[in-house]
Design a protein around this ligand. Structure first.
Ligand code: GLU
Length: 470
């Protein structure tokens, strides 16, 4: 049975790259019969802990439909699922390794470590702890422990040879053992390091596939050595490529493209974000690209994860999002647009009018936030005709067409149906059709050559405004 886990640290909003990892982790479980997806909160780095961030994790995953089978709030056979509640077991397992001769107590002071660091720096070498405490005698250790000296527990790593593991995406990865430090497993405050806790938990929770970002590729040999020291089977590793921007840079808080929340606030639909992120570094067979989560569950496979960096392409997200928006019932679509309009100070409560406005632009939006720009283009721009529109109006006959159109409009009851008829009648009376009919009508009323359905837009703008413009 396949068991995967998403193991975020509660440090704030969920990063798009991290959410992509959650989606792949979920899909790897769910594309297998009876596969289980677990949620584990990794909160042992107390310096980075942010109050309320665990709720953010729950809400984000739920909003995206990534429901977990086991986790802190739903429980499960392998709990607790919050690392700070598992402290006892980390200590026990670290001590077990000491007993087995696979780890040792280290009492080195900050001063000693700093001076070692400085020496390495001066030699321009990578700092690796020198293993000083590995040779302490049993008595020395007992004395120090008895007198309450502060200690950490370090893993014993080999000095020669190399350590390798197999990743399903990147293949065989090997690291020279002289590059692997006797890393700290248990810190002096009793908390485990991430590198230790993740191995213990993945083992105790029976995780079969460890799925995470490729920044963990270089640490994984350390985990391999830990599994060997315990005599445990290693899980299958799936490292995911980085998500970067077209220019090779990272997604950033400053550019507003780093967090799931940024996209929700801009009016992207969670389903569309999930669909888009699933295609970021993975591709299905065939050309189809719009998939619901449950469709993805049926077709996802590790084999089709690509190891080159995944480029975040906002144009593609826009395309995916607009395909989802087009499928929404008008009423739900309007509900999503209204908060953006309200935030921009457009607070008319006339639902019928708002519905007409939103539906008019439904096919033209990348996200629901853009409804505000379209509203402003239509209502808050000073009316003027310039550029290509002005040039078009130099064509012979346009003035006459506009004059006839205006007369027709003056006499009608104002609704899009009548406006549409007025355009058609103008064509007959002026003896023009196609572009020579529609462009003068559009330019004389909206100032531009392109836009949404003209009769509907004019209905919204209102008779008085349109006649004044003409
Ligand atoms: N807590 C780690 C993080 O948020 C998890 C990495 C992992 O999946 O093992 O980056």
């Amino acid at each position: 049975m396949v068991r995967t886990r998403f193991a975020p640290s509660p440090t704030g909003f969920i990063h798009v790259g991290n959410l992509r990892s959650a989606i792949f982790t979920y899909l790897i479980a769910k594309s297998n019969k009876n596969g289980k997806f677990l949620l584990r909160i990794e909160d042992t780095d107390r310096g980075r802990y942010v109050e309320g961030a665990t709720e953010v994790i729950y809400n984000t995953l739920k909003t995206c439909g990534l429901l977990w089978d086991e986790g802190p709030d739903v429980g499960g056979e392998y709990g607790p699922y919050i690392q700070s509640e598992r402290m006892e077991s980390y200590k026990e397992y670290a001590e077990e390794l000491v007993e087995k001769g696979e780890a040792y107590y280290c009492f080195c002071s900050e001063e000693r470590l700093n001076s070692l660091r400085e020496t390495s720096q001066a030699k321009k070498e990578n700092f690796l702890y020198d293993g000083y405490c590995k040779s302490l005698s049993k008595e020395e250790i007992e004395d120090k422990l008895k007198s309450g000296e502060k200690y950490v527990i370090r893993q014993i790593t080999p000095n020669e040879g190399e350590t390798s593991f197999e990743c399903q995406v990147y293949g065989k990865i090997s690291i020279d053992n002289d590059q692997i430090e006797d890393q700290i497993l248990l810190k002096s405050d009793g908390y485990p390091t991430y590198n230790f806790a993740n191995v213990i938990d993945d083992h105790l929770m029976n995780i079969t596939h460890v799925v995470r970002g490729n920044e963990y590729l270089t640490s994984t040999p350390k985990y391999t050595l830990l599994y060997r020291s315990f005599g445990w089977d290693e899980p299958t590793y799936v490292h995911l490529p980085h998500v970067i921007k077209e220019n090779g840079k990272k997604l950033s808080k400053r550019d507003g493209d780093a967090y799931f929340m940024d996209f929700i606030q801009k009016g992207y639909l969670p389903e569309a974000i999930v669909n888009y992120l699933a295609l970021l570094g993975w591709s299905p067979e065939g050309k189809k690209e719009i998939f619901t989560l449950s469709q993805l569950e049926k077709i996802f496979s590790i084999k089709r994860i690509n190891k080159s960096p995944a480029v975040f392409d906002i144009k593609k997200l826009n395309w995916v999002n607009s395909s989802y928006m087009k499928k929404l019932p008008d009423d739900s679509f309007v509900d999503l647009c209204i908060p953006h309009l309200n935030n921009a100070g457009i607070d008319t409560l006339d639902r019928e009018w708002l519905t007409k406005l939103c539906v008019l632009f439904k096919d033209r939006l990348n996200n629901t936030f853009e409804i505000v720009d379209h509203y402003n283009d239509l209502f808050n721009k000073e009316f003027s005709i310039d550029g290509e529109a002005l040039e078009f109006m130099q064509n012979e006959g346009t003035d006459a067409t506009v004059k006839i159109f205006k007369e027709k409009l003056e006499s009608i009851e104002w609704n899009s149906e009548n406006i549409k008829n007025a355009i058609n009648e103008t064509g007959i009376d002026a003896g023009v059709k196609g572009k020579m009919l529609f462009m003068p009508c559009r330019i004389a009323t909206t100032g531009v050559m392109h836009g949404p359905d003209l009769p509907k837009a004019l209905e919204l703008l209102g008779k008085e405004e349109i006649l004044a413009r003409m």
